[in-house]
Design a protein around this ligand. Structure first.
Ligand code: SAH
Length: 406
């Protein structure tokens, strides 16, 4: 089976990028099934790559290989072994038993995510190609990892673009409870793999939670968009004076309470309060009440999934960062993130800079943060680098010096 590209549209493939858009295609063989393997040929008929076919999506094909090699079980076994080797090299298991084992395009299997939570793997299939090979991949995972329990969380909205329905449930083995206990930097968390966001936990923030925790000692911390309390618990365990956690999800906050109890030896529950509410409104309320903090964490959901949403998303990022700067005391720390693919690191820094300007504060970046090493980025797939964070210190607040505590 083959797809012939329009003249000149092989350029991205020659740069080893794995996506072929519908507009690049001249012709597709009839009867090519969804997810099936297909050769990509130049308009002159030269072999360029072997790919999976997505008949409905604007991304019409995703490359498996640039070599003339069979796409079969052994092909996927090699990819999975490579992904496992990378995690061994980055030594992620010395910090945690929960990590991303396979990060889609960046690990050579477009559309497939495998997260490990202790003795359970959670598989998320997002494209026609990964769906086509899902059962084979599940077999390989059991054979290669020695983990026999696989749960499927293929319920992300992007599946719709591929014409795929949501699928949730056990794929292999037995999983008696949907709540799995994991360890992250010596702290324990309950992860709900059935109802939680993404595959259950924001694994990409592991290192940043620990790093932010180190800054939290003796500080009054406001953790916005706290989910199940990752940043809050690291902050409390590191000696924060107080932590106020905010999220709009009651389920997330209920799990946060369980997570605090799970770590009671190191985490003083009496220093923690949570509020169920909207961060945008609550920051305004705190501003009007003249509340102040020594540290604010902003880890909002993806405001801009693609560049098309960048303008509206920029306004939302600026809004919360501006309000946060107003609530920070002298030498207060803002730990601020964007996980939006549509906002790159340069734009994000500009947004935070203009928020500081409008808030009337001078601030200095002391650290740049990004996703953990278990979320690698292929040099050929820069889109894989989606998480960016800044640690900013407020250096002066015109007319506001009296709030100083530090
Ligand atoms: N920092 C977390 C992950 C945050 S994910 C961690 O390390 O685990 C983003 C969170 O924002 C989700 O829990 C979601 O429920 C919450 N959320 C989304 N919109 C919100 C809003 N407007 N106000 C408050 N919380 C919101």
């Amino acid at each position: 089976m083959k797809i012939i590209l329009n003249s000149g549209r092989e350029k991205s493939l020659l740069r080893r990028h794995s996506w072929i858009f519908a507009s690049a295609i001249q012709s597709v063989d009839v009867n090519l099934a969804s997810g099936a393997t297909v050769d990509l040929l130049s308009s002159g008929g030269n072999f360029l790559a072997r790919a999976s076919y997505s008949p409905i999506s604007q991304i019409r094909a995703r490359v498996w290989t640039f070599k003339d090699e069979p796409i079969d079980k052994e092909f996927f076994r090699r990819k999975i072994r490579e992904a496992m080797a990378l995690r061994q090299m980055s030594m992620v298991e010395s910090h945690t038993n929960a990590y991303r084992l396979l990060h889609a395009e960046s690990d050579g299997i477009p559309g497939l995510i495998i997260d490990r939570y202790n003795d359970v793997l959670v598989l998320q299939s997002l494209t026609a190609g990964s769906e086509f090979w899902k059962e084979t991949i599940a077999d390989i995972l059991v054979e290669e990892t020695g983990i026999s329990n696989i749960y499927e969380r293929s319920d992300a909205d992007v599946r719709e673009l591929e014409g795929l329905k949501p699928i949730i449930g056990i794929l292999r083995g037995t999983i008696p409870s949907s709540k799995i206990t994991i360890t992250e930097h010596d702290l324990r968390f309950q992860v709900d793999i059935e109802h939680g966001h993404k595959t259950g936990f924001y694994l990409d923030q592991r290192h940043n939670r620990q790093r932010a925790g180190e800054f939290a000692k003796d500080r009054d911390v406001l953790n916005c968009f706290c989910y199940t309390g990752g940043f809050s618990i690291h902050a409390l365990a590191n000696g924060a004076k107080s932590v106020l956690s905010v999220d709009s999800s009651a389920d997330a906050l209920a799990l946060l309470d369980e997570n605090i109890a799970l770590n009671r030896v190191r985490v003083p529950a009496e220093r923690h309060i949570s509020i169920e509410g909207d961060v945008f409104q609550l920051l305004r309320k705190f501003r009007d009440e003249n509340r102040s903090f020594d540290m604010i964490i902003l880890d909002p959901p993806k405001f801009a999934p693609t560049a098309a949403h960048a303008e509206k998303a920029s306004r939302a990022y600026k809004d919360i960062n501006l309000l946060a700067f107003k609530l920070l005391r002298h030498h207060g720390i803002l730990v601020t993130f964007s996980c939006s693919g549509g906002i790159d690191a340069t734009l994000f820094q500009k947004i935070v800079a203009s928020a500081a300007l409008d808030a009337g504060v001078d601030a200095t970046i002391i650290e740049h943060l990004s996703q953990g090493s278990d979320h690698p980025v292929s040099l050929h797939f820069p889109e894989g680098a989606y998480l960016k964070g800044l640690v900013c210190v407020v250096m002066s607040q015109p007319g506001n010096e009296l709030k100083n505590n530090h």
